[in-house]
Write a protein that binds this ligand. Sequence first.
Ligand SMILES: [Zn+2]
Length: 160
Amino acid sequence: MFNTRSQRRLSFVLPHLNQAATRARNIYDTRYPDGFDWQISEGLRDQARQNELVSIGASKTTDSRHITGHAIDVAMFDKNGTYIKTVTEDDYCRIAECMKAAAKEYAIAIVWGAVWDRDIRDLRPPFMAEIEAYKKRREDAGKKAFIDGVHFELSKREYP
Ligand SMILES: [Zn+2]
């Protein structure tokens, strides 16, 4: 279950994103009863906060989907409620796989910050391989891959 702080953060983002995240958390708890207590660390952001994140290198754009309530970030906690800084890409992948299941169930177009150029519903396990494939596509295009595994947003195409 999400704690009240996460639920409050979700109440300020678009309802479809709230719905998908809440369902993803339920799926995760069923699949991984001993898994992380992941929560919503960021939802709706104001422009000042976004600019601050860009200035410290935590975000790449001043034009973030967080500002319009189209994006969330998750954070993981251990059993004692301590924030886990050193999460692995595998840890993100588990959450993303549950987000995909929720997105499919409710037919919601979501994009994951570790594979920006695909709808999460089109990703196939193992998700680590999808991240590597994305990095390769960026490399082939002569561009850098920005992997933001904690970030999920509603697809720009379906939710402009
Ligand atoms: Zn984000």
